[in-house]
Design a protein around this ligand. Structure first.
Ligand SMILES: Nc1nc2c(ncn2[C@@H]2O[C@H](COP(=O)(O)OP(=O)(O)OP(=O)(O)O)[C@@H](O)[C@H]2O)c(=O)[nH]1
Ligand SMILES: [Mg+2]
Length: 343
């Protein structure tokens, strides 16, 4: 299929034309997620520029400065039925942040509004508040964006495996992977890591950026391959029996359950931490008490030793005094005249 045919297929895609009809779906939501500064917003710029064959423009506010960090969920329409969603990136992948990722990915938080990071059950409250604003008719395709300059490590691989597994459970779709900074030498290692994790659709791209805005055939072709791959995936998925409303309920249940389990784990971990701290304090008190007793014993031993030495010295002094008196007496007995005092 040449590029023009692929473009036509992408442009003309509609759920109404699927074998089973729309089954409650209206548009495809390409949900971008991943770590902060991995190139999600830049990828949106690249897709828009490549799709509309336009010169580079920073539509999605990509960039390194703090004020360009994406802080909410922003949507960008590509066609009548395809919408790109720039989600808030997370700095690490701890339990709070993964909860937020899944709530965004499950389309349970409103589009085009800020996204906060909630502790406790705050996220569950936000999901309930967002109910009237989110649409069950959005068909979610998770797109994980990863920057190749970021070195893969066994730790990261473990975290990503978990996230991919959960993202698939949530959306019924294996996340597509977009590798940015594709010219970096890490590319082979990173591709291997994602294949090991179970990713099937992996696209590598050098994004258009402020520093490198010139249109490139290679970038344009990769974007069109990516969009075409997505449409083929969606067509396959939409041929299976589905129910948009039920899937939305399922996602909500899944994420609320995830938050509940997360809170239980966090509470259990905190409790164990407190128990450990109490145990450490008890051990520390016991050790201090033992040290104090040891110190007092040593002090008693030392003063006893001093006393003994004093007694020994007294004893020696008295003995030599006795000895001298005895010798004096003996001398007087042997020589009474000499020793007798004169009158
Ligand atoms: N050389 C090069 N730079 C890139 C590429 N993709 C992104 N960048 C740069 O990486 C920086 C971060 O890109 P963004 O697109 O803002 O990242 P983000 O994932 O949207 O970040 P958050 O919104 O903070 O989560 C910007 O300075 C981009 O110019 C790429 O493929 N190649
Ligand atoms: Mg961004």
């Amino acid at each position: 299929m040449d590029e023009e045919e692929r473009r036509r297929k992408i442009r003309d895609f509609s759920f109404d034309k699927c074998k089973r009809g729309n089954q409650g779906f209206q548009r495809i939501l390409l949900q971008l997620f991943g770590l902060t500064a991995h190139g999600k917003s830049s990828f949106i710029n690249s897709v828009i520029c490549a799709w509309f064959k336009s010169d580079y423009k920073n539509y999605a506010n990509a960039g390194d400065s703090e004020d360009l960090r994406t802080m909410g969920r922003r949507s960008y329409s590509l066609t009548k039925n395809i919408v790109l969603v720039d989600n808030r990136g997370c700095p690490t992948m701890n339990m709070y942040e993964t909860g937020e990722i899944f709530a965004q990915l499950g389309n349970l938080l409103p589009l085009d509004q800020g996204v906060g990071w909630s502790k406790g059950f705050g996220l569950a409250d936000r999901i309930v508040e967002a109910e009237p604003l989110v649409k069950a008719s959005d068909f979610i395709i998770p797109i994980f964006v990863y920057r190749v300059t970021n070195n893969p490590s066994p730790n990261l691989k473990g975290e990503l495996t978990e996230i991919f597994k959960t993202a698939e459970e949530l959306t019924n779709v294996v996340p597509t992977v977009i590798l940015t900074y594709k010219d970096h030498p890490n590319i082979r290692g990173v591709q291997t890591m994602f294949r090991d994790i179970g990713a099937v659709q992996i696209f590598a791209i050098e994004n258009y950026t402020e520093k490198n805005p010139k249109r490139r055939r290679e970038t344009e072709e990769e974007v069109i391959s990516f969009l075409h791959g997505v449409i083929c995936d969606v067509e396959f998925q939409a041929d299976l029996p589905r129910d948009a409303d039920q899937e939305m309920m399922g996602r909500k249940w899944f994420v609320l359950n995830y938050i509940h389990t997360r809170e239980l784990i966090i509470q259990k971990t905190n409790l164990e931490k407190q128990k450990l701290m109490a145990k450490q304090k008890l051990e520390e008190d016991f050790r201090r008490k033992q040290e104090e007793e040891e110190r007092q014993k040593k002090q008693r031993r030392q003063s006893l030793q001093v006393r003994l030495e004093e007694m020994e010295r007294d004893y020696d002094r008295l003995r030599s005094q006795d000895q001298r008196q005895f010798e004096q007496k003996m001398r007087e007995l042997k020589n009474p005249k000499r020793s007798k005092p004169k009158n």
